[in-house]
Design a protein around this ligand. Structure first.
Ligand SMILES: Nc1ncnc2c1ncn2[C@@H]1O[C@H](COP(=O)(O)OP(=O)(O)OP(=O)(O)O)[C@@H](O)[C@H]1O
Length: 319
């Protein structure tokens, strides 16, 4: 199947600051590619370039075979952009909002009206056609924002952090909508810094950091790059002092990876039983008790940590 998005060697600098460096992406019909990275990684700049809003300094972008740089109008008709910041007219009814977007994409009035009702049903807002976004919840506004991008039936959908600030119920509705769009053959690029979203929705994941691709593949392929796909998380009675942490590192067999965040301690290694047998006595020796323990498989967070030595998510950020 020919790719809907074929972007190659994209570069973007702001002044002297490189934001995106030699980044290439390919997405096929029915495929969702998650662009995952911490704040400032270059996700929005990438979306800006592949939506035709931000000219790349270099590189090429083809949308369903159409060159976005040399024939922007024809290429943009195939793209639906859902920007990170809501782009809605708060005091106009939902259907009017959609019809305005339809007009922007060149739909005539009867077609725009029909499409508005179709997409409102798709995003679960069929009973709110005459209501204004000003009276909507954050999640409902997000869903209407997505509906706007679907008016002209684009082949490529670009979603820039579409669940920012939404309640769990709307988040679930957005996930189901995206899965339905995928099934209908849309190609989707989805930026997020929530690894759980990438794990749930993505067919392929591209992890970016400082404008570079640091890893890409399916979730399975990315996890397979880790030295240990199993881990155990412990909640301690108190955070470890620096010397205690060093002592734990010294006590562990080689190949073990130990990370801490406040009173949370995470151990990953191929043979967890051997690791725990060394770790637990060392904790006791430092007078630290274990108040909770659970084991699980490694996550994209661990992939990022292994590749960059840093955490994907700002430890202070809300989930
Ligand atoms: N208009 C701009 N002018 C100057 N620098 C910019 C501009 N937009 C982005 N940057 C810088 O480019 C880099 C990449 O930013 P970008 O917004 O693309 O990242 P992001 O991964 O989308 O981040 P976030 O998750 O916070 O939205 C950052 O260092 C940012 O400060």
């Amino acid at each position: 199947m020919n790719p809907v998005l074929h972007a190659q060697h994209l570069c973007k600098n702001y002044g002297n600051r490189p934001a995106v460096q030699n980044l290439s992406l390919t997405v096929r019909p029915g495929e969702l590619l998650a662009l995952l990275g911490p704040n400032g990684a270059g996700k929005s700049s990438t979306i800006g370039m592949i939506s035709g809003l931000l000219p790349p300094d270099s590189g090429s972008i083809r949308i369903a075979g159409v060159d976005l740089v040399t024939t922007p109008d024809a290429a943009k008709r195939r793209i639906g952009l859902v920007p990170q910041d809501l782009a809605l007219f708060e005091d106009l009814p939902a259907r009017t909002n959609l019809m305005l977007f339809g007009a922007l994409y060149g739909l005539d009035r009867p077609t725009a009206r029909n499409r508005a009702d179709v997409v409102l049903a798709q995003v679960g807002l069929a009973d709110r056609v005459s209501d204004k976004p000003a009276a909507f919840s954050g999640g409902m506004k997000r869903r209407l924002n997505i509906a706007c991008a679907l008016m002209h039936e684009p082949e490529l959908l670009l979603l820039d952090e579409p669940t920012a600030g939404v309640d769990p119920q709307s988040r679930q509705a957005i996930f189901e909508l995206i899965e339905q769009l995928k099934r209908s053959g849309k190609a989707v690029v989805y930026t997020t810094h929530y690894m759980e979203e990438a794990e749930r929705l993505a067919d392929r994941i591209v992890i970016v950091d400082h404008g570079h691709i640091v890893a890409e593949g399916t979730l399975h392929e990315l996890l397979a790059r880790l030295p240990a796909a199993q881990k155990v998380s412990l909640t301690l009675s108190e955070p470890l002092a620096g010397n205690a942490l060093q002592a734990l590192h010294d006590a562990l067999p080689s190949g073990a990876s130990l990370t801490t965040r406040g009173p949370q301690l995470c151990l990953a290694m191929a043979d967890l039983t051997r690791g725990l047998a060394a770790l637990l006595p060392a904790l006791t020796a430092h007078g630290v008790a274990v108040i909770n323990l659970h084991s699980g498989r490694a996550s994209l967070e661990d992939v990022f940590l292994t590749l960059t030595g840093r955490q994907l998510r700002d430890p202070g950020a809300a989930a």
